[in-house]
Design a binder for this molecule. Structure first.
Ligand code: FAD
Ligand code: UDP
Length: 385
């Protein structure tokens, strides 16, 4: 009998497994239907020996010292500040849009103050900023919106920015200085030996038992457990009874090239007619020295593994219905990007998992501590429809 079944060995599941096993001394079974740990942050050496990210580029950044310190228990770090170029009008310019982007694209020599006025002259007033189109058009005007955002967003999400919540393009700032960094967080670094090694360290504990290539369904039929952490899609857990939550998927085209370098920075974005949104060259991220280099093209698609919840009001409403069901199921905790249908970065998922652990500490007596018998109605898996 396990004290906990944890479904999913990504950040949400691994952090909770680690805390429950080390923090509370309880027996944890972690299952994942994939053949590896790490969830979407999984990295591996490809056939040429280049360290690549199987599910696209993962760059760690956070403003939370607590989250950075927590992960530092399981890895050393390689300092890395992310830089991205956008391929527009036949050249590569910095994104987020900054002073250099505009001066290069328009052959200007503006100062930061002049650029602010330049943006203001083009910005279209929007009474209430609601959509991902509003965010950009109200700040820099329609031409830059169309150059950098409309095509990329339509490809990435399969819908127009006007139909997407403002939170999506709000992730990318607009700057009037020359700061070329994609993120400005206090802590920006890559796990020194990769994400997978960090996950292995997290899950390496005598109280943690790991079963890969094992679905939730199979685990439920084969093992006994008292409580459940579920990090898969919440609508799947409830048999899609209110309908499917939309998730956006991607195809990853991994290539190894017989040259040392492919591009100037780790990621180049393609807002134009190409089928892919971005190309990543991993050696910039990892610092690996190798005579070859490996890149990944990301091609968005509707079907396939669920990678992105799609932030828009109607999806949020549907999620709320599942969330209400989830709140009524005892002894089950829903955690992570898929189970809480939130467009979360890695650090936010770690923060959410640590907060869940604190809630468990507050409400569930640890093994060995006196506790009440579970209520008869405690149902770990939903009744069949
Ligand atoms: P996941 O990593 O999705 O893990 C869930 C796991 O559960 C999976 O391994 C899955 O196989 C397993 N599972 C699901 N259902 C079942 C089931 N029924 N039975 C068994 N197992 C199941 N974040 C950043 O901070 N920086 C970045 O640069 C960044 N880049 C990203 C790029 C891409 C292309 C994507 C898709 C995401 C990116 N992220 C980035 C976000 C990051 O991947 C997530 O925040 C994080 O991985 C979420 O962790 P999780 O544990 O919630 O989910
Ligand atoms: N975006 C865009 N053009 C860019 C970069 C981003 O239109 O060059 C939009 C797009 O909708 C994207 C969102 O901003 O999905 C968030 O970008 P981010 O780089 O944070 O995406 P992620 O790394 O999560 O895929």
């Amino acid at each position: 009998m396990f004290d906990w079944l944890v479904v999913g060995a990504g950040f949400a599941g691994s952090v909770l497994a680690e805390r429950l096993a080390r923090g509370r001394g309880e027996r944890v079974l972690v299952v994942d239907k994939r053949s590896h740990v790490g969830g979407n942050a999984y990295d591996r050496h490809d056939e040429a020996g280049v360290l690549i990210h199987q599910y696209g580029p993962h760059i760690f950044h956070t403003n939370s010292e607590a989250i950075f310190r927590y992960l530092s228990n399981f890895t050393d770090w390689r300092p890395y500040e992310h830089r991205v170029l956008a391929s527009v009008r036949g050249r590569q310019v910095p994104i987020p849009i900054n002073l250099d982007t505009i001066n290069a694209l328009y052959g200007l020599h503006l100062t930061p103050d002049e650029l602010e006025a330049w943006f203001a002259a083009r910005a279209e007033p929007v009474a209430e900023i609601r959509t991902s189109e509003d965010v950009v058009v109200s700040r820099v005007g329609r031409e830059l919106y169309e150059t950098f955002f409309r095509g990329y967003t339509r490809k990435q999400w399969g819908i127009d920015p006007a139909d997407l919540d403002k939170s999506v393009t709000s992730r990318v700032p607009v700057r009037t200085d020359r700061d070329p960094r994609y993120f400005t967080d206090r802590f920006q670094a890559m796990p020194l030996h990769g994400y997978t090694r960090m996950f292995e360290a997290m899950l390496s504990h005598p109280n943690i038992h790991l079963m890969l290539k094992t679905s939730f369904e199979r685990a439920v039929s084969e093992v006994k457990f008292k409580r459940l952490i579920f990090t898969g899609p919440i609508d799947e857990y409830f048999g899609h009874r209110f309908g499917r939550l939309p998730y956006r998927s991607l195809a990853f085209e991994h290539l190894t090239l017989d040259r040392e370098r492919y591009q100037d920075v780790a990621v180049v974005n393609y807002p134009g007619d190409e089928p892919y949104t971005r190309i990543t060259e991993y050696k910039h991220l990892t610092g690996q020295v190798h005579p070859k280099t490996s890149i990944t093209r990301e091609i968005p698609q509707a079907d396939g593994d669920p990678y992105y919840p799609v932030p828009r009001a109607e999806n949020q409403e549907l999620y709320r219905r599942y969330e209400r069901l989830a709140a009524a199921v005892r002894n089950v905790w829903f955690v992570g990007r898929l189970a809480t249908y939130r467009y979360y970065n890695m650090d936010q998922v770690v923060g959410q998992a640590l907060a869940t652990y604190r809630r468990i500490q507050d409400t569930v007596p640890a093994k060995g501590a006196p506790r009440q018998a579970p209520a008869k109605s405690d149902a770990l898996v939903p009744a069949a429809e």
